[in-house]
Write a protein that binds this ligand. Structure first.
Ligand SMILES: [Zn+2]
Ligand SMILES: [Zn+2]
Length: 171
């Protein structure tokens, strides 16, 4: 996603665009529908670029959906993910660490490629795990039934495998 610095006028530059899942070349497995966790929408961008002297501020949102298995019951969960973009780009010679939670990067010349930065915002916005709902009961560890849908009697007659041998012991 290349931007010409000279295209950012007085009023700034509004970028509203989308990319296919394959655009995410830093996490290619997310584009594959055969994977448990994959993108289930295009990646939508709504960004505003403004320029003060040579410093460029990029703000806005990314929006996309992923499908991922519930960490407890493995049913597919649809999640909408919408990371906020806060980025400042400056010509290389300027350094300033005092930007708080805003990402501060450098650029050279008249062209900036936002792709790498935006892919990074997406990568860090991905959840480590998802639940279909907070109170999901998950799968029975012993028989594998989905405890949200049915009960099983495993807990009642469950015997610690270390003692199972005693069950059949004839004394
Ligand atoms: Zn679940
Ligand atoms: Zn069970």
């Amino acid at each position: 996603m290349k931007i010409k610095v000279s295209d950012i006028g007085e009023a700034g530059l509004h970028i509203k665009t989308l990319r296919k899942p394959e655009w995410l070349i830093n996490i290619p497995e997310l584009a594959s529908e055969v994977r448990d966790t994959h993108l289930s929408s295009n990646i939508n961008f709504d960004l505003r670029l403004t320029k003060v002297l040579r410093e460029i501020s990029v703000r806005g949102n990314i929006w996309f959906a992923i499908e991922t298995p519930c960490a407890r019951c493995l049913n597919p969960v649809d999640l909408i993910i919408s990371p906020e973009v806060k980025l400042i780009l400056s010509p290389e010679h300027v350094t300033n660490d005092d930007y708080g939670d805003i990402d501060y990067e450098t650029y050279n010349g008249d062209e900036i490629d936002l792709g790498g930065y935006l892919r990074e915002f997406i990568a860090i916005s991905l959840p480590i795990k998802a639940l279909c709902r907070e109170e999901c009961k998950g799968l029975c560890h012993y028989c594998g039934v989905n405890l949200n849908l049915e009960d099983c009697s495993c807990k009642d007659d469950w015997v610690d495998p270390r003692f199972a041998v005693l069950r059949n012991l004839k004394i």
